[in-house]
Design a protein around this ligand. Structure first.
Ligand SMILES: *Cc1c(COP(=O)(O)O)cnc(C)c1O
Length: 426
């Protein structure tokens, strides 16, 4: 395929935007070559500036679970825009989406809307600290919770892709309050609690990780974190920015039957517009300003266009719960197809999957960040470009899960399996 215009646009972008992109992983640094500039998208397909059509496996990194330019969402945003795009005053719509989200997700009574997943996680941690009166948090290597300072301590995703686990600009003072454990490692969490008695405000984690590829919590891991938090008076925060409204209507809390004290959302909850949210019990959420002393605010929070998109998306998912089953079936079909193809290959590999999140790793077994990092990146790069040449757009980093959308057809999945077969046979 030819990417002449994309490359020209990238050259222009680099003159005025650092690295030519507004979010690092888009720049293709992990896979080499120039990023592709997109012109438009519909359903499962991206149409780039050179006129190529690509089957999309990132869905804007998760939000577009029903495919691009989903008609009801587009209609809702258009209608709402006619009425004004922002007021800085409360609207009925905010209450309606809050009610809907609370009815879909277990264990939450109040929800606050923000503009991104980063903001949601940052605010949830502040609230946990304010509520418990403690400073420290425990996070897991390879889990990504956005780019606020407390989390850029060996974060996954973009930061890992660039091989700089700690970002300059994050102070020692901040770093000392973030304790790190390997994912799925309970012993380490116990040790951290013992060494920091009475100081840990919360554990934050992706209950199913999607930022080191897809990594599942091992048997009982989440339940036992719950027990540990209760024993030590710490809050359990599920970062469901990726998994919320994707793996199940009620997210991983529903799927695995574990109660979190605070839950963060992003991606699907905004239907493709910039939205994040965090939620919990009345008791905890009442500590938030203006009801309580923990400050948090946003000029564009609860923006009417974003709320219209989010409400329409959640309502559709709530009324069409068969979507989750359909996505699961499609992803399982892809999983089986890729499994069969990879079995005939000589290289080490494994596939991790839950629901519509799936990742192919060029190493034997991936259960945490260290094992994910063992994946052969040269093979991944070759695979990535082979797939792209076959019209398939995968996340341009070996540390990312693929996110399926329900607009994908079985024919698209077959093409993906066949392109993988031709890679393995080449
Ligand atoms: C994407 C993501 C975030 C950050 O959300 P942004 O909207 O990019 O700020 C946080 N946590 C998880 C699990 C994510 O996947």
């Amino acid at each position: 395929m030819i990417y002449k215009r994309s490359s020209a646009l990238f050259a222009e972008a680099q003159k005025v935007i650092p690295g030519g992109v507004n979010s690092p992983v888009r720049a293709f640094k992990a896979v080499g070559g120039d990023p592709i500039f997109v012109k438009k998208a519909k359903g499962a397909y991206l149409y780039d500036e050179d006129g190529n059509k690509l089957i999309d496996y990132i869905a804007s990194w998760g939000p577009l679970i029903l495919g691009h330019a989903f008609d009801p969402v587009v209609k809702a945003v258009k209608e709402r825009a006619e009425l004004g795009t922002s007021y800085g005053m409360p609207t009925e719509l905010e209450t309606r989406i809050a009610e809907l989200a609370i009815s879909m997700v277990p264990n939450i009574e109040k929800i606050r809307f923000v503009n991104s997943g980063t903001e949601a996680c940052m605010s949830a941690v502040r609230l946990a600290r304010g509520y418990t009166g403690r400073d420290k948090i425990i996070k897991f290597s390879g889990c990504y919770h956005g780019h606020s300072d407390s989390f850029l301590i060996q974060a996954g995703s973009g930061a890992v892709t660039f091989g700089s686990p700690n970002s300059p600009g994050v102070t020692q003072g901040t770093a000392k309050d973030t304790l790190l454990a390997p994912y799925n490692n309970l012993e380490q969490v116990k040790a951290l609690f013992e060494a920091n008695k009475g100081e840990v405000a919360a554990i934050i984690l992706e209950p199913v990780a999607g930022n080191m590829g897809c990594v599942l919590p091992q048997e009982d891991f989440l339940h036992r974190l719950r027990t540990l938090c209760d024993a030590h008076g710490a809050l359990l925060i599920f970062d469901e920015v990726m998994t919320g409204f994707r793996l199940a209507p009620g997210g991983v809390q529903e799927l695995m039957g574990v109660k979190a004290d605070l839950v963060t959302f992003g991606k699907v909850i905004g239907g493709g517009l910039p939205v994040g949210a965090f939620a919990g019990s009345n008791e905890i959420m009442s500590k938030l300003a203006p009801e309580g002393p923990v400050y948090q605010a946003g000029t564009l929070s609860g923006n009417p266009l974003a709320m219209a998109a989010g409400y329409t998306m959640l309502k559709y998912l709530n009324d069409h719960r068969e979507v989750f089953e359909s996505l699961d079936k499609k992803t399982e079909y892809l999983h089986k197809g890729l499994d069969e193809v990879m079995k005939s290959s000589e290289m080490p590999w494994c596939i991790n999957r839950l629901g519509s999140m799936i990742s192919l790793h060029f190493t034997d077994k991936v259960v945490d960040f260290d094992t994910a990092a063992k994946g052969n990146n040269d093979t991944f790069k070759k695979y990535y470009h082979h797939m792209l040449d076959n019209g398939i757009y995968l996340p341009p980093s070996a540390f990312e899960s693929w996110f399926l959308n329900d607009a994908l057809s079985y024919e698209d999945l077959d093409k993906t399996i066949e392109a993988t077969r031709s890679f393995v046979n080449s």
